[in-house]
Ligand binder design. Structure first.
Ligand SMILES: CC(C)(COP(=O)(O)OP(=O)(O)OC[C@H]1O[C@@H](n2cnc3c(N)ncnc32)[C@H](O)[C@@H]1OP(=O)(O)O)[C@@H](O)C(=O)NCCC(=O)NCCS
Length: 181
């Protein structure tokens, strides 16, 4: 896996996915802190990753992003409840941010954490010099698609059979200068 993330499948079989949103970890956004990821967070991040995706990133993939300002965790009462992984690459004078991974633990979904992580990730990418930000998303991942659209991402192109199971990806982009939080 050269670029961990895009090939993964969203896991819809987890037992906790029917929990009342926000019922266990962090039913109030004011209780949640978003900060840079640290090595001590990685096992919890990995646990969420395995809950959310059928082809999760390995520990070493997360480890390799520890120095990235765009690797953030959401923490509630000392527990990691979500994360975003993003980085910036040079791109012919217009540095390109890439949202590589974002997930919120099933028990904490639907209360605005995904939106907050994405906003903070975009701010971090902007500070790091990104002029454009891209991401790939499964065409059938409605919650993620809706989140990205609301944040201002626009579809750039459809990538046929991008994922290992044959599902297409939608490549979406955001012009950071035009982005309004
Ligand atoms: C995508 C994900 C990160 C959203 O996190 P979340 O904390 O539940 O999202 P929020 O509560 O911040 O919701 C923000 C917006 O996302 C969209 N959204 C969230 N859950 C949704 C759902 N079940 N159905 C449709 N849209 C949804 C809505 O547009 C929502 O805005 P609204 O509250 O004004 O309706 C979360 O569902 C997740 O972790 N999914 C599994 C991992 C994944 O698919 N990651 C993306 C890979 S590309």
């Amino acid at each position: 896996m050269t670029s961990p993330g895009p090939e993964r499948e969203v896991n819809t079989d987890d037992e906790t996915s029917e929990s009342e949103p926000g019922s266990e970890s962090g039913d109030s956004l004011s209780d949640v802190t978003i900060r840079r990821a640290e090595r001590a967070d990685l096992l919890e991040v990995l646990g969420i990753e395995k809950t959310c995706f059928t082809e999760p990133w390995p520990y070493t993939a997360f480890e390799s992003f520890l120095d990235e300002p765009g690797f953030l965790v959401a923490v509630n009462e000392g527990n990691v409840v979500g994360y975003i992984v993003a980085d910036v690459m040079p791109n012919h004078g217009r540095d390109l941010g890439h949202i590589k991974d974002i997930a919120v633990t099933p028990e904490a979904r639907g209360i605005g954490l995904g939106r907050r992580l994405l906003q903070r990730g975009l701010v971090s990418l902007s500070f790091s010099g990104a002029a454009l930000v891209k991401l790939e998303v499964r065409v059938g991942n409605e919650p993620a698609l809706s989140l990205y659209r609301k944040m201002g991402f626009e579809p750039a192109r459809r990538v046929p059979s991008y994922y290992a199971d044959g599902e297409d990806a939608l490549l979406m982009v955001l012009d950071v200068d035009a982005w309004q939080d």
